[in-house]
Design a protein around this ligand. Structure first.
Ligand SMILES: NC(=O)c1ccc[n+]([C@@H]2O[C@H](COP(=O)([O-])OP(=O)(O)OC[C@H]3O[C@@H](n4cnc5c(N)ncnc54)[C@H](OP(=O)(O)O)[C@@H]3O)[C@@H](O)[C@H]2O)c1
Length: 350
């Protein structure tokens, strides 16, 4: 009797302790007996150390690479360049040398503002962009060049505002949720009608698995990986407020010029406070404050036309809100991060 033993594929995931990387790690650990994923932490394999990358790949000979690593969004130019740009390129070079696929994560920060943006609509590369956006855009452009000139087999998965559990750094959407739950948002820093696209972290891993299994279709391609319908920011904020039964933020819309002025003034006050030993920082997300006032929605058309079918299109940021609120409020209370939460509405200690 002949027993065929299917060979298990082994991949390497960089950034496995992060929000997206954690979701990928969990998926490949529990759902894919045909695929094993190794995830060295940044102490073992730092993207800032090309030698780390070479040693690791020589030792483990993986069949694919997934890069979900990123420097903090408010990093300086050097760190963003070394981790986000050079790190990604060094991984891509290894992928070319070993003739294996490279799955890269990028961001809507590479795109202009506007509605229903298709994959090819990138913003021009300029010096005034944030270090994060610049490094992500430069990486996208160089990966495409490496595909065209060196035969890199890669897929670029562009994410919008990501929501999901286990964001231990409290970034992006979860920072917004935190500010509302902590009642640190007295008024609305947005305009009516401003919409954005959202991505559910849990939907990403099955797509990556599919992309790895269908290289002919997905190689050399970029996909906007977003929920089908964009979401109006003010509606989302007011829904969170209603779920938490809070009185703030009040329905007062602060114009952008005033919001910008307050950000500058607050920065000045915080700088002065640091001189007397009080350390406080504005959330890094405030550097994207312009985006609270401008719509940016990504077209999901190419994704919907691909061979991948979202198994749960009904799951959106709205349908996930109750579970996310329960998870994060419980976590933040345990960590004593929320000081004045409305305990009558929801007491995590009961
Ligand atoms: N979260 C969002 O809303 C969002 C939106 C759009 C796009 N994206 C994209 O999605 C990807 C993942 O983002 P995320 O939100 O999951 O990030 P994250 O939660 O901040 O995680 C970042 C990961 O990168 C690792 N890392 C940092 N420096 C490293 C280095 N020098 N070498 C190796 N690993 C290093 C960290 O590992 P250590 O903890 O060990 O340092 C961590 O695992 C990024 O490409 C990002 O641009 C995210």
């Amino acid at each position: 009797m002949n027993i065929e033993v299917a060979e298990k594929r082994r991949g390497v995931l960089i950034g496995g302790s992060g929000l997206i990387g954690g979701a990928l790690m969990h998926y490949f650990k529990t759902k894919t007996p045909d695929v094993e994923v190794l995830s060295p932490n940044s102490k073992k394999l730092s993207l800032r150390e090309p030698e780390d990358i070479h040693l690791y790949f020589r030792r483990y000979q993986p069949d694919f690479i997934i890069n979900a690593a990123i420097a903090s969004i408010d990093s300086d130019a050097q760190l963003a360049f070394e981790i986000n740009y050079l790190g990604s390129l060094n991984l891509a070079r290894v992928a070319i040398a070993h003739k294996i696929p490279y799955i890269h994560f990028s961001s809507a920060a590479t795109m202009p503002v506007g509605e229903n943006l298709a994959e090819e609509q990138l913003q021009p590369l300029t010096a005034s962009m944030s270090n994060y956006a610049k490094s992500k855009l430069m990486t996208e452009l160089t990966l495409r060049h490496m595909h065209e000139t060196l035969g890199l087999d890669y897929t670029n998965i562009r994410l919008a505002v990501v929501y999901g559990k286990h964001d231990h750094k409290i970034q992006g959407f979860h920072r917004l949720l935190f500010s509302i739950a902590d009642q640190a948002m007295p008024v609305l820093l947005t305009r009516r009608g401003v919409k954005h696209s959202y991505t559910h972290s849990k939907k990403i891993p099955p797509f990556v698995h599919h992309v790895l299994n269908h290289r002919a279709e997905f190689s050399g391609q970029t996909y906007n990986f977003v929920d089908r319908e964009p979401v109006e920011l003010v509606q989302l904020i007011l829904t969170i407020k209603a779920y938490l039964d809070l009185t703030t933020p009040r329905e007062i819309f602060i114009p952008y010029t005033l919001a910008r002025l307050s950000r500058i003034l607050t920065k000045g006050v915080l700088r002065k406070m640091s001189r007397v030993g009080i350390e406080a920082r504005l959330p890094a997300e405030l550097m994207f404050m312009e985006n609270f006032y401008e719509s940016q929605t990504l077209s999901a058309r190419k994704l919907l036309r691909s061979s991948y079918g979202d198994p749960s299109p009904q799951v959106t940021v709205y349908s996930r809100l109750p579970a996310l609120i329960e998870y994060y409020v419980t976590r933040w209370e345990h960590l004593n991060l929320i000081s004045n939460f409305n305990g009558e509405y929801y007491d995590t200690k009961k």
